[in-house]
Design a protein. Structure first.
Length: 387
């Protein structure tokens, strides 16, 4: 491909192309409708696997109605996952799972679809209650409010001209105020066409041995702002590898598989989910599941394990797809949050000022410029006092 062709292709796939924005928003409409239906179905006695099936069916039904007659790929990008209480995520069990929701469970729903490779994904948290109108209280309210506040702050920081390094310190202040912790290993990823975890990433909580690249956000980019917060330490553990059912094809790896079942599995994955996440529950050729081990052993699939915080801990998840438009950040996925009644709040003045702004670019630029000036004044005053 020529250099011109490459630039032209990028232009065609960018948000400057109205058709691209239309496809993102069509995918978002489907994701939001499916998410809202799953939220409504989260009642005491509801089976987790039935909720996952419901979400996936609605995603498939929704994308099937869009762009009919067009030769474009469309389908599930994130299989519906229902993760409860201290379970962090990626819980999308097989059909023999009998686990049911109970009143008081803190449920996290993760879901998403794509149209022509343009991905819209979301995550939402709720507490199962007999009275849906009653506000959530206690530690559940703390962790849910913390996750939502982290998302709101990140959405105001992830914008053109700003750096990824600006995000983590603000999220840390918010978590400290609520007595919570960000979950290790969670990052906000840029998304591009057919790529759910593109080159740019925002590390929310850097580890001591982790190399963190500071990237600058640019107009026209798309991010899945992803906030996972725990009432515990935020250091989840794997309990049982057999619980893992969510995978993604490792596109850079090629290998000639030996087993027929392995070849059948990989063939179905490459046909239905060539670049997106999938659940084994969505694999139609059931015998093909026996080929999973060989595919994993040779690095053809990446696993998304089901991990847990300690018993008694609670984890909340808020994720939304955000388009960095010329006017500001446009969140296109999400449904209304439950009423929360936490006795905690973040009183840090800089965080409060940030949250008081809109998601319009110029307003936040002015705020951050003022904040930088104030920091310089404080440093100068401290030096003069020391002298």
């Amino acid at each position: 491909m020529s250099e011109y062709g490459s630039d032209h292709e990028r232009e065609e796939e960018s948000l400057s192309n109205p058709d691209v924005v239309t496809k993102y928003k069509a995918a978002a409409k489907i994701t939001n409708a499916a998410l809202a239906a799953v939220v409504e179905a989260c009642k005491p006695g509801a089976k987790i696997v039935d909720l996952c099936d419901k979400g996936d069916s609605l995603l498939n039904e929704g994308v099937g109605k869009e762009f009919k007659g067009k030769d474009i790929e469309k389908g599930i990008a994130v299989p519906t996952c229902i993760s409860v209480n201290n379970c962090v995520g990626h819980c999308s069990p097989l059909n023999d799972c009998a686990v049911e929701l109970k009143e008081g469970d803190l449920v996290k729903i993760d879901i998403g679809c794509h149209i022509d490779g343009y991905i819209a994904q979301a995550a939402h948290s709720l507490v199962v209650a007999a009275d849906a109108a009653a506000p959530v209280t206690g530690r559940a309210a703390d962790v849910m409010q913390c996750a939502q506040t982290c998302f709101d702050a990140a959405a105001r920081l992830i914008r053109p001209g700003h750096k990824s390094s600006e995000v983590a310190p603000v999220l840390a202040k918010i978590c400290e105020a609520y007595g919570c912790n960000l979950v290790d290993g969670v990052m906000t990823y840029e998304m591009t066409r057919f790529v759910i975890d593109a080159q740019k990433a925002v590390v929310h909580k850097a580890q001591p041995d982790q190399k963190v690249e500071d990237v600058e956000f640019e107009e026209g980019e798309v991010y899945a702002i992803d906030c996972l917060v725990s009432s515990g330490e935020g250091k989840p553990k794997l309990h049982d590898e057999k619980e893992t059912t969510v995978y993604k094809r490792a596109m850079e790896v090629q290998y000639q598989l030996k087993m027929k079942a392995s070849r059948e599995l990989l063939s179905e994955v490459q046909k239905k989910y060539p670049t997106m996440l999938f659940s084994l529950r969505g694999i139609e050729a059931k015998q093909a599941r026996f080929g999973l081990v060989e595919c994993l052993n040779h690095g053809l699939l990446n696993a998304y394990p089901v991990t847990y915080e300690k018993d008694g801990d609670l984890v909340a998840h808020v994720k939304g797809t955000v388009l960095l438009m010329p006017s500001g950040s446009d969140r296109i996925t999400g449904v209304p949050a439950q009423a929360l009644q936490s006795d905690k709040s973040c009183e840090d003045e800089e965080v409060k000022a940030l949250l008081a702004t809109s998601c319009k670019n110029e307003e936040v630029k002015a705020l951050l410029a003022t904040s930088l000036k104030n920091k310089k004044k404080k440093k100068k005053a401290a030096k003069e006092a020391a002298a």
